[in-house]
Ligand binder design. Sequence first.
Ligand SMILES: NC(=O)c1ccc[n+]([C@@H]2O[C@H](COP(=O)([O-])OP(=O)(O)OC[C@H]3O[C@@H](n4cnc5c(N)ncnc54)[C@H](O)[C@@H]3O)[C@@H](O)[C@H]2O)c1
Length: 383
Amino acid sequence: MVAPLAASAASASPYAAFRRLQRGKTTSSIGVGVVGYGYWGPNLVRNFAEQPPARLVAVSDLSVERLTNVHSRYPKVKLTTDFRDIITDPHVDAIVVATPVSSHFDIALRALEAGKHVLVTKPITTTRQQAMQLIEAAEQRGLVLMVDHTFVYTGAVQTIKQLVESGNLGQLYYYDSVRVNLGLFQRDVNVLWDLAVHDLAIMDFVLGQRPVAVAATGAAHIAGHQVNLAYLTCYFDGSLITHHHVNWLAPLKIRRTLIGGASQMIIYDDLEPSEKVKVYDKGVTLADAQGALESMIGYRTGDMWAPQLGLTEGLRVEAQHFLECVTHGRQPLTDGHCGLRVIGILEAAARSLAQRGQPAELLADSEADGSAGVQIRGLSASA
Ligand SMILES: NC(=O)c1ccc[n+]([C@@H]2O[C@H](COP(=O)([O-])OP(=O)(O)OC[C@H]3O[C@@H](n4cnc5c(N)ncnc54)[C@H](O)[C@@H]3O)[C@@H](O)[C@H]2O)c1
């Protein structure tokens, strides 16, 4: 039932792909191969299978059982347990990497070197060094490298971005997120690299600013497993501060973010079926108290309103955007540099976590952090 791809022809020249990109793609469809069909891969496969100009060509997974599931839904799609079959398939133009984080770099780099455009799930890699290598490999060949920061493509986050950019919130004071639930404990990354990465990607998009330093604390409660609960604070120039609380050991699922500005505040609750985003016209005013040393604080409570949000599935919007970028040779909204910025915060957080919350400055892109590959694990509980 599971048919491996036929021994393929030599991989397409990367420079041929570059030239095709420069011209704009002339063929009517984009051959897509997906590597990884575990929990998240099926969502990507569905979105690429359902929309032109994508043509789902092949899926790879180490598990024959998972491939059997693909076959029952997409009987014409080629299947293989060896992702290199997809990378060397001349009918594949773009590769979606949906495997565990530790394998992203190897698969994505091989794909780029074979002249394929790449969409890789979050976080892009396990180190900044690796992310920089992928960016360079894509840029040298004129290929699209995009990272699956899914929430950036949702109606809620797009609306929040517009609200922040409109200036109606006034000076931004804080961004405060809670993302907790029971499980899934990941094997190769801790909770910051699994859950906080979503908030850092949203924050990167909405605020458009990089933190200068971070502080992280956390704990590993389950023997033999990594940090499952963490609190991450990001410090920016000025008084803007962000805080991210993530936990795999919570009885309830919570996905709530508060964004506070001098004039208005936002509550974003991703679990709300409708009205995920609410804008509160609330704040404080300062009045000079005559003769007093301190000014008097007054409280302003105005209306609350819930903006209308785009309802299209974020992943569908993202898949369309990836295909457009491949077709027209555009830089994606969540390109390799976005992935790199998020990894920079996660690496600094790992340094801080290992020092029990000592603030860690963010390194410039050119600065190497030799121990980052080890630090990704942070603290882990002893058996
Ligand atoms: N954007 C989101 O909301 C979101 C949600 C969940 C997961 N993710 C991301 O998706 C990725 C995958 O996570 P998951 O939860 O689906 O993991 P998973 O463990 O459920 O699935 C990964 C699959 O990849 C396969 N695989 C591993 N190495 C492979 C290889 N070399 N070749 C082919 N197949 C291989 C495994 O057999 C497995 O079926 C991760 O990067 C994760 O962070 C994103």
